[in-house]
Design a protein around this ligand. Structure first.
Ligand code: AMP
Length: 515
């Protein structure tokens, strides 16, 4: 079934009820009803139909977040094409790569970028370039306004391609993960049930970008499939979010959003009185944030784990009868998802042992766009996807992520898992957070380096931290150099950009090299 058809079926009976309420931007007086979502997405889908594109054409979209941008996504599904969202932070060289790689038939960009984006797109064979701004202007809406507000969704089978998500590419060239209607719908249905969405009652605060799996699929699909109202923030402003919390029941955020919300005095139990669920993902949630949140709000954050290639994989339990929510873990494999841990040679590992996380399920993507070799490498012979994450499963079945396999440090032949060292470092007095990386070392191959952010007002001494660590963990894991910084470099989804840190500190042990 076309994913749009399934979402549309879930709209509530009262089509004039509010579906999406913009909470910032040029016009907050206007609430988009379910009828608006249906009619406006039909108009854009009709516009796409009128262009006579080949079936399953790619529609690449780099625009600021707006309700219309979400409507465009729905319209692309509805018309049977393939949605290709692009991070608004991408610059010309990156956009050139994506357009060259995906060969979209249609590109939609913000008006201020039209000059250079359209030049690039037309050079690469794109036939249509539209603009869409975050104030409901642009040629896309101008053209769609002349279209009918009814549209029959293109028939689709579960294996048909719905979206291509370029991975965040913190290492190497970004790859386009191909997600089908079946991948997205099965995951959305699972999340709706597992997280206990309550049609007609839930209200979601949507404050995440919609060019990424978290905001576009996890948050939007669940709310649409539950016929739930969304409080829509085009950008995250902690004060504004806290102000609207009393009206909401569900919030989804990356860990940095939780840290910023904790900085608001208005975040109280009273403000969260109607909240049912706080969900965190996309990057590891510090145990300290997990504990502080519980203390301040009385709510236990539910941490889950997923990725562009698979949508959601694991989740801490929602219902108390399924178990407690354990900080520092990402919970259990979701219903329908199989997860196993494998060693370097693909061998099965015992419970609690650390290895590569491999997964299988209806949510797992078909492969990387136009990269059959890369796709083959990332799947095992028996059909499991190698996530590239390293982790373990404990006796109770909880999954813990220890890091990305590419971030694994091998020093003098020993494996060092950065997350383990970071965990110990973060517990030391004066440390706010840290990132542990491996950089070239003349004797050990790689040497362990820590980059540490101090708590406000704390003065910390690198030597002292390393000495304290020596009393807690094996000497080979203790960083040989430690750098103090004001903040860690992060991408828009809150992930620490370890590739930048490795570049920055690659010469840390050069002086030791023999000439
Ligand atoms: P992306 O494809 O941009 O969503 O990135 C997916 C990656 O984010 C995963 O492979 C993990 O490395 C990381 N990730 C997602 N959720 C979590 C989590 N709860 N804890 C730790 N890492 C996570």
């Amino acid at each position: 079934m076309n994913l749009f058809t399934a979402l549309r079926k879930a709209f509530p009976e009262d089509l004039d009820a509010c579906a999406i309420e913009p909470c910032d931007g040029p016009d907050t007086s206007h609430c988009y009803t379910w009828r608006d979502l249906d009619g406006a997405s039909a108009r854009i889908a009709n516009l796409l139909d009128s262009l006579d594109l080949p079936p399953a054409s790619r529609v690449a979209v780099q625009v600021e977040k707006s309700v219309e941008a979400l409507l465009l996504y729905l319209a692309v599904l509805r018309a049977g094409h393939v949605f290709l969202p692009l991070n608004t932070a991408y610059q010309a060289a990156e956009i050139e790569y994506f357009i060259g790689n995906a060969e979209p038939a249609v590109v939609v960009c913000s008006g201020r970028n039209f000059g250079w984006v359209s030049r690039l797109a037309f050079q690469r064979g794109t036939t249509h370039v539209f603009t869409l701004n975050d104030d409901r202007t642009g040629t896309l809406l101008d053209r769609a306004a002349f279209q009918a507000d009814e549209h029959t969704p293109a028939p689709k089978s579960p294996d048909d391609l719905a979206a291509i998500l370029y991975t965040s590419g913190t290492t190497g060239r970004s790859k386009g993960a191909m997600l089908s209607h079946g991948n997205l719908l099965s995951n959305a249905e699972t999340l709706k049930d597992y997280w206990g969405w309550q049609p007609g009652r839930d209200v979601l605060i949507h404050a995440l970008p919609i060019f990424h799996v978290h905001g576009l699929f996890v948050a939007s699909h669940a709310a649409l499939l539950a016929g739930s109202r969304m409080l829509w923030f085009s950008r995250f402003d902690p004060k504004a979010v806290v102000r609207r919390l009393p009206e909401a029941t569900v919030f989804m955020g990356v860990p940095t959003l939780y840290v910023r919300l904790l900085g608001e005095a208005g975040l109280t139990r009273e403000a969260c009185r109607h909240m049912r669920l706080f969900i965190s993902g996309s990057a590891p949630l510090l145990i300290e944030t997990f504990n502080d949140w519980r203390e301040r709000t009385g709510h236990t954050i539910l941490e889950r784990y997923g990725m562009s290639e698979t949508v959601m994989l694991t989740s801490n339990p929602y219902r108390p009868e399924d178990g407690e929510r354990r900080g520092g873990t990402v919970g259990f494999p979701l219903p329908g998802v199989s997860l196993r841990i494998r060693g370097d040679q693909g061998q099965a590992l015992a419970e609690g042992e650390i290895g590569g996380i491999e997964v299988r399920g209806p949510n797992v993507f078909a492969g990387y766009w136009r990269m059959p070799e890369k796709t083959k490498e990332e799947f095992t012979a028996d059909g499991w996807f190698k996530t590239g994450d390293v982790g373990k499963v404990d006796a109770d079945g909880y999954v813990t992520i220890v890091g990305r396999s590419k971030d694994l440090i091998i020093t003098g032949g020993y494996n060092v898992y950065p997350a383990e060292v970071e965990g110990y470092l973060n517990e030391l007095p004066g440390v706010a957070e840290s990132a542990v990386i491996g950089v070239p070392h003349p004797d050990f191959g790689e040497g362990v380096v820590a980059v540490v952010v101090a708590r406000p007002g704390a003065s910390i001494d690198a030597r002292g931290l390393m000495d304290s660590l020596k009393t807690k963990i094996a000497a080979f894991k203790v960083p040989k150099q430690l750098f103090l910084v004001e903040e860690l470099p992060r991408n828009t989804m809150g992930k620490v950009q370890k590739n930048l840190l490795r570049e920055r500190h690659e010469g840390a042990f050069k002086a030791l090299g023999r000439s």
